[in-house]
Design a protein around this ligand. Sequence first.
Ligand code: HEM
Length: 135
Amino acid sequence: MQISKDIRSHYERIGGEEKIRALVQRFYQLMDELPEAYGVRKMHPPSLKGAEGKLFKFLSGWMGGPQLFVQEYGHPMLRQRHMPFTISRKERDEWLLCMGQAIDDVVVDDEQLRNELKVAFIKVADFMRNQSEPD
Ligand code: HEM
């Protein structure tokens, strides 16, 4: 049974720029701290500030807000931009571990939004895999 569908953008529902900044900050903090995420952490440069700024700009547009990433860097071509990195299930899952936890920590008052965001991130992170692996 469909109860009700919130038709506002994820950008609006999460709470706009401030909340997306908080999400991205928490995400990279977790990547920096969780031993289980060490594999993806070491793919990144020592400072995560550059990645943090870019992911914030990307997510602003991806969630239906201002297209900050596109305005500054052009078409995201996200999969192509990740080609220099080896991304298999392991890296995907480490990335998603941090994002899932960041969502739980930052999107505290809206379970439906938490679930929708997790489903959406699982899809986009899976799309970033670039290694062929047996099923
Ligand atoms: C699936 C596992 C993923 C891994 C291992 C990964 C890894 C990386 C790495 C190592 C960088 C370079 C950071 C730097 O040079 O500072 C990067 C950049 C970036 N990632 Fe990911 N990423 C993953 C998934 C994602 C997903 C799902 C998104 C979006 C929802 C995303 C968005 C970005 C963006 C916007 C950049 C900046 C691109 C640029 O302009 O260079 N990544 N990623």
